[in-house]
Design a protein around this ligand. Structure first.
Ligand code: IVH
Length: 664
């Protein structure tokens, strides 16, 4: 084969891989295989520089910084969108269009509203020619060199059926995981950090040195077309997007066709639930009339189309000031610094505290009392301080020093080597840990004691009524009634709940003990495998490590727990107080369809976190391993699976996707 042919074949292969990875979301090769081919191409092009073309995958990164950005006038202005903020306003929007169109129902394309930067990308004869920011909608900046570094954007359109000129519009975003990594590295290096993925994406695109942009984890999704030289042969927006996808340009896979305001509302709710699990920020959803002829008929108001609107979600971050910093003692004695904030609404709720994680983190972010900070709250996650606004730092800002002694029990704090956190070693002798232990014991997944809430437990401990979980079973009615706001009836109810909780299952009992690193799945394994409490308290780390899914760390935590005489005493007292459980049944094949199977997880999952997926697999009887070997029975591959997937394929290991896991 001639060099030219080899080079062309390599390029085609690399483009094909990128298309499967970015557009179809279904990789067909490992990163290392891609890199190998890329290196081969690079070497050949070096030998034969005259064969280099501007759309070769090796030509993404220009080797010089720009002097500045040229201005570019958009042939067709880039508009913005109107907003609706409630379902009432959504119904009004739909009604207005129904009246104008004289129809009974309107079909919409419902799409996530990506929180990044709008860009326009022009292809001439299939080649990426020019890219620009939205700017003021009429004039934007020439960011071609930077856009070319984004691997998800093809330098050459796929296939042969593209118009001579095509302008694709869409959003450049930074992934959340990429953003977190970027900020962490920047903090370590003392470089500028970003407040959120959107600012990071914007900053990356407005970078004069494309070599820097190339290192940022950016992604692109197209949402419409601008200028096109040929007449479009499609009658709907969704068909147009599907066609764009065939040209090798990513289109968001959550886009959906819906009917009427109710369809839009359902979509808004569905995406709202997914929001926190997505690896990119969205700030709402967009509804667009799907029929292109109807779009044309409806036309525009001043700066936005009449046929589309955005439906926002509450913002997930806000700025506020830090009034104070103090520390909290966790269930396992971990000492977490917490910022006490000037109250601020984030993600729809008022936030007064935000975690600062640990001392290293405070130092890296250089957070001080008095600072103005960006606070982020995503879903149920604890609000956190993302970034300090240094320009707003007051002269009298105060550095925070971690305490040397536990703020609750005054025991000297420990920092275990290699761990970032400081701990109070007092265990159940520390009132804070005592409260946590009892709360954990009473919680839903443990003994599930109804009506025994956090506030009541705090009161009980503060008044010395209970010292350990076992103490709950010796509570007396007059003691309870003596507590603030505790009437006889509620006291009775609490006592009945406590009594009712005495009969439980063995795995719940083990989980309720609150052994570090022992979650529900591990508790179940211990219960099923060891069957009695004596075998658990007598097991050595070596024996424990033999059990499915128990590694050295978990094994050590379990033996550490039972070596503490005080813990054994509590277990004894609990059993004496009358806690019982049914003999643990060996699960049936029906309940554990994956019994005996060794499974590996890879790639990113959209429905579960890694930990939940692992727990589910274990509950179904599987053993979850970290790496692929010839003993692996099955690989569950999420999105963007890489080397593990490739290895599974070479070893002939069965591969399943996330949908399969969900279906189980
Ligand atoms: S359509 C004429 N679709 O939202 C309407 N925009 O407020 C053109 N955006 O500047 C926009 N996701 O940056 C559209 N699926 C989506 C979008 C989207 C995010 C952004 C875009 C635009 C802004 C409008």
């Amino acid at each position: 084969m001639s060099n030219q042919n080899t080079i062309e074949q390599l390029r085609q292969q690399l483009n094909e891989y990128a298309y499967h990875y970015y557009v179809l979301d279904d990789p067909i090769t490992s990163d290392s295989q891609y890199d190998d081919l890329y290196k081969q191409l690079l070497a050949l092009e070096k030998q034969h520089p005259h064969l280099i073309t501007t759309d070769s995958p090796t030509q993404r990164v220009a080797d010089k910084p720009l002097d500045g950005f040229k201005q570019i006038k958009h042939e067709i202005p880039m508009l913005s969108l109107g907003n609706v903020f409630s379902s009432t306003e959504l119904v009004e929007f739909d009604k207005r269009l129904l009246d104008l169109a004289q129809l009974n129902a309107i079909e919409y394309s419902a799409e996530p509203k990506l929180d990044g930067l709008a860009v326009s990308i022009v292809y001439l004869d299939g080649k990426l020619f020019q890219a620009a920011t939205r700017g003021d909608g009429t004039i934007g900046e020439d960011i071609t060199a930077n856009i070319k570094t984004i691997k998800a954007i093809p330098l050459h359109l796929r296939g042969k059926n593209y118009p001579a000129k095509l302008e694709v519009r869409g959003e450049v975003i930074m992934t959340k995981s990429g953003f977190d990594n970027y900020n962490k590295q920047a903090e370590i290096k003392g470089e500028k950090t970003f407040a959120n993925p959107r600012n990071a994406a914007a900053g990356s695109l407005r970078q004069l040195d494309p070599r820097k942009t190339a290192k940022r984890p950016l992604m692109f999704y197209a949402y419409s077309i601008g200028v096109i030289s040929d007449e479009l042969s499609f009658s709907t927006h969704i068909d147009t997007l599907n066609w764009i996808k065939t040209l090798g340009i990513p289109v968001n896979n959550l886009n959906q066709q819906v009917i009427g305001a109710s369809g839009c509302q359902e979509f808004h709710q569905m995406i709202g639930q997914l929001r926190d699990t997505l690896n990119y920020d969205i700030d709402g959803v967009v509804y667009k009339v799907n029929n292109l002829a109807l779009q044309k008929k409806l036309g525009f108001v001043t700066k936005s189309p009449r046929w589309a609107t955005a439906h926002k979600y509450p913002a997930q971050e806000a700025t506020t000031t830090i009034e104070n910093i103090d520390v909290q003692v966790g269930r396992t004695g971990s000492i977490t610094p917490v910022a006490r904030l000037n109250p601020v609404v984030v993600g729809g709720v008022t936030v007064t505290n935000a975690t600062l994680h640990n001392e290293d983190e405070i130092r890296r972010k250089d957070v001080r009392i008095g600072d103005t900070v960006f606070v982020r709250r995503a879903g149920d996650v604890i609000p956190e301080v993302v970034k300090v606004v240094l320009q707003k730092r007051p002269k009298n800002s105060k550095k925070f020093k971690m305490p040397t002694h536990c703020p609750v029990c005054d025991t000297k704090l420990h920092r275990i080597e290699g761990e970032a956190v400081l701990r109070c070693p007092a265990g159940l002798f520390c009132d804070a840990q005592r409260k946590h232990a009892i709360k954990h014991f009473a919680s839903r997944k443990a003994l599930n004691i109804d009506g025994l809430g956090d506030k009541l437990i705090d009161l009980m401990v503060d008044n010395g009524l209970v010292k350990t979980p076992a103490g709950l079973f010796h509570l007396e009615k007059n003691e309870l009634i003596s507590l603030e706001r505790m009437a006889e009836k509620s006291a009775n109810n609490v006592l009945i709940s406590i009594e009712n909780s005495k009969h439980t299952s063995f795995d719940k009992f083990i989980y309720a003990l609150g052994i570090r690193e022992v979650g529900e799945a591990t508790a179940l394994t211990l219960a099923q495998q060891l069957k009695t409490i004596d075998r658990i308290t007598n097991a050595t780390t070596e024996e424990l490590e033999q059990l499915p899914d128990i590694g050295p760390i978990v094994a050590k935590r379990i033996t550490q727990f039972v070596q503490d005489k005080h813990n054994l005493l509590v277990i004894d007292e609990l059993i004496k107080a009358g806690i019982t459980w049914d003999e643990i049944q060996t699960p049936t094949a029906d309940e554990q369809p994956l019994l005996g199977k060794t499974i590996v997880l890879t790639g990113s999952l959209s429905q579960y976190t890694r930990a939940t997926a692992k727990d589910k697999l274990i509950q179904l009887g599987a053993k979850v391993a970290g790496s692929i070997s010839k003993n692996t029975d099955l690989l569950v591959a999420g999105e963007k699976a890489g080397s593990k997937l490739a290895k599974a394929e070479t070893l002939g290991v069965e591969v399943r996707d996330e949908a399969w896991l969900v279906s189980l």
